[in-house]
Design a protein around this ligand. Structure first.
Ligand code: FAD
Ligand code: NDP
Length: 605
């Protein structure tokens, strides 16, 4: 029992039995600083607040005897005296802190020299957002890290720099092109707000937009490289494949090879667009990998597919004034609330986007007749087998993505993939079936394929591997926006999934149409914006699904996603005071239920 021990023995006991121990004074700012540093690094620690202990003064004397330091904080890691606030911060800046934290683990590996002789603590495969986040976090925590990234050219020969899908051929160029379309609409509205911008229709120049976006991407590519360099992560523009336990071979674009060994690996190779298996698809079609850097405007375009990429790309191209058709195999936006998906489709149709559904293409040919280079597409209606044909300047396939697992030789280290789709199977701690190989981002089987998900999973994983954190990624309640011409934001369950999960009688839906104030003067799209809360009756109307079609729907959804994560009920939404005049305030005053059948068309103000 503690009482029977003298102060020196007590202090020694704290030091011996706790990995990180901070002797502190709860009122001292430097002590708070040190505690915050360990919190930020997700390192668990034990605090002994000497000013709050009866025998605090005696313990402080004993501490001085042991460490030769009287001041607080006084930090010990793995039984080694580190020092006060300055010493701790310096050790962190000089990457010595992580080594001290690992010292305990190294005791375990003593006598197993093979475990200590790796080239790197961590090799990350894939330089997209997931891989970058994991490698930088690991390096921050003092690990020796290498990141391998290599982009195989698309069928059309498109390639790009460091940063992966999001930066180069995903979120960033897509959102910037979406912004180009918003500006076009705003220019139309501007006349009715008194701007004299002439009578002739405003014209869009593809090359100017593309160059502006590609210049921004180049800046991001460079910034990523600089960031890796400053964090001392070794970056290799090389393709990686496993050679055997703890070993990869990496090959650069000149065919030069190098072998690397590491204690841990994180796989973050993402995915690439798929092509349908029909004649002419690969030869003549493009995908989202090519769209954003096309050397010329795509002109009259057929988009094949009906999910995110298809809907967003079709919306962008039509918003730039192009003739766009979407060929839909079955439903719009599989996995999303189907009422909202159909509303998006209706809005796109009203804005001159043509839909052919249910229909799949059977071949793509290049015709020499008429305009040179026109693509002739033959397709079959899925309901009655009718053949439909059409001619386009560009055919873009957005029929899903496939994981980049094939070339990794995962079998050599026993990493299992889902045999149906090739995505990597991993535990809820992102550990694959090989204990020292982990995976994050789009490559994971059954997880949301979204940029913030990849980043957070990568960071948390690195913190668990090198910072002694226990925090796991929460893949639930992830908000998402579809940047269709009318944006869609959602978090939680679709109405149909809520009914499937909890039963029809347990679900109450509150909803309304509404008109954003800024759309009223130009009379844009009246009665088109829509808000819906899906609530669980048995749990005090806890909100389990939020859906909004509105300008800036992503921005609206982000804040409410926090409320839903904290378990907000309909009453919480009602008690929230709105910010006027905004679109988001609509959620603070929803009164009409779907079950009541009451009219929900927007009324003026
Ligand atoms: P990636 O970013 O795909 O990076 C993987 C990297 O690894 C690539 O550079 C790849 O070339 C490389 N690689 C593969 N194999 C190897 C190997 N063997 N050796 C070395 N390197 C290798 N998400 C959102 O949240 N919001 C959006 O608005 C959004 N819009 C999108 C729009 C489009 C058109 C697309 C396609 C995706 C969009 N996404 C969006 C999804 C988002 O881009 C992805 O979830 C995210 O980029 C996944 O990151 P990652 O790190 O898992 O993989
Ligand atoms: P999805 O796998 O989500 O959708 C594929 C689409 O293609 C479906 O509509 C599917 O139809 C259709 N399809 C599949 N095969 C064929 C075929 N042979 N012929 C015709 N149609 C076909 O893929 P996406 O590429 O759209 O998106 C991939 C991921 O990227 C998403 O899951 C998302 O996480 C991420 N992403 C996120 C965005 C965002 O956050 N805003 C934007 C873009 C992408 P069917 O329904 O009949 O199967």
């Amino acid at each position: 029992p503690r009482q029977q021990k003298n102060s020196r023995e007590l202090v020694q006991e704290y030091i011996n039995h706790h990995r990180v121990v901070i002797f502190s004074n709860s009122t001292c700012p430097d002590c708070v600083k040190v505690k915050n540093l360990f919190i930020q690094l997700a390192v668990e620690f034990t605090v002994i607040e000497l000013n709050q202990m009866e025998n605090g003064a005696a313990l402080q004397n004993a501490l001085e005897e042991i460490s030769n330091q009287r001041t607080l904080p006084n930090v010990f890691i793995n039984k080694t005296h580190l020092g006060g606030c300055d010493a701790t911060e310096r050790a962190h800046q000089e990457n010595r802190l992580a080594a001290m934290l690992r010292a305990g683990e190294e005791e375990v590996t003593a006598g197993h020299p093979e475990l200590e002789s790796y080239d790197y603590d961590l090799v990350v495969i894939g330089g997209g957002v997931g891989g970058l986040a994991a490698s930088k976090e690991a390096a921050n925590l003092g690990a020796k890290v290498a990141l391998l990234d290599f982009v195989k050219p698309s069928e059309r020969g498109t390639t790009w720099g460091l940063g992966g899908t999001c930066v180069n051929v995903g979120c960033i160029p897509k959102k910037l092109m979406h912004q180009a379309t918003i500006l076009g609409h705003s220019l139309e509205d501007a006349r009715q707000f008194g701007w004299n911008i002439g009578d002739s229709p405003v014209r869009h120049d593809w090359d100017t937009m593309r160059d502006g976006i590609q210049d921004h991407i180049a800046v991001m590519n460079r910034a990523q490289k600089d960031d890796l360099r400053s964090k001392k992560v070794t970056y290799k523009n090389s393709y990686a494949e496993f050679m055997g336990p703890h070993k990869v071979k990496c090959t650069d674009k000149y065919g030069r090879m190098q072998e690397l060994t590491a204690r841990y690996f994180i796989l973050a190779p993402g995915g690439r667009p798929r092509y349908p298996d029909i004649p002419g698809a690969r030869e003549f079609g493009i995908t989202s990998d090519d769209l954003f850097s096309l050397p010329h405007s795509p002109g009259k375009t057929l988009v094949v597919g009906a999910s995110y990429v298809a809907i967003e790309s079709a919306g962008v191209l039509a918003g730039l004034g192009l003739d766009v058709t979407v060929m839909v195999r079955s439903i719009l936006l599989r996995g999303f609330d189907q009422q909202m998906a159909e509303m998006i489709g209706d809005h796109m149709t009203k804005h001159n986007i043509k839909f052919i559904r249910p229909c799949v293409p059977t071949k793509v040919e290049k015709t020499d007749s008429g305009d040179s280079g026109l693509l002739h597409v033959t397709a079959t209606m899925q309901d009655d087998g009718t053949e439909v044909v059409g001619e386009y300047n560009t055919v873009m396939f957005a029929v899903g993505r496939e994981p980049c697992t094939k070339g990794l030789r995962l079998d050599t280290v026993g990493v299992k993939v889902n045999t149906q789709n090739g995505y990597i199977i991993a535990s809820d701690e992102e550990q694959t079936t090989c204990p020292y190989v982990y995976a994050v981002g789009d490559i994971l089987d059954g997880k949301p394929q979204l940029k913030p998900v990849a980043i957070q999973a990568g960071q948390l994983l690195a913190m668990r591997l090198f910072g002694n954190s226990k925090l796991k990624m929460d893949y639930t309640s992830v908000g998402v926006a579809v940047f269709a011409p009318l944006e869609y934001g959602t978090v939680g369950l679709s109405e149909e999934d809520a009914i499937k999960t909890y039963g029809d009688s347990n679900i109450e839906v509150y909803h309304t149409y509404f008109d954003p104030l800024e759309w009223t003067v130009p009379h844009r799209d009246e009665n088109t914006c829509y808000a819906k809360l899906v609530c669980l009756a048995s749990q005090k109307l806890r909100v389990v699904g939020l859906h909004v079609l509105s300008p800036n729907a992503g921005e609206i959804t982000q804040g409410f996603a926090l409320g839903m994560k904290l378990g907000a009920t309909k009453a919480d939404f009602d008690n929230l005071v709105g910010i006027h005049p905004t679109c988001a305030e609509i959620f603070t005053g929803l009164t009409k239920t779907k079950s009541s059948g009451v009219e929900v068309a927007a009324s003026a103000c």
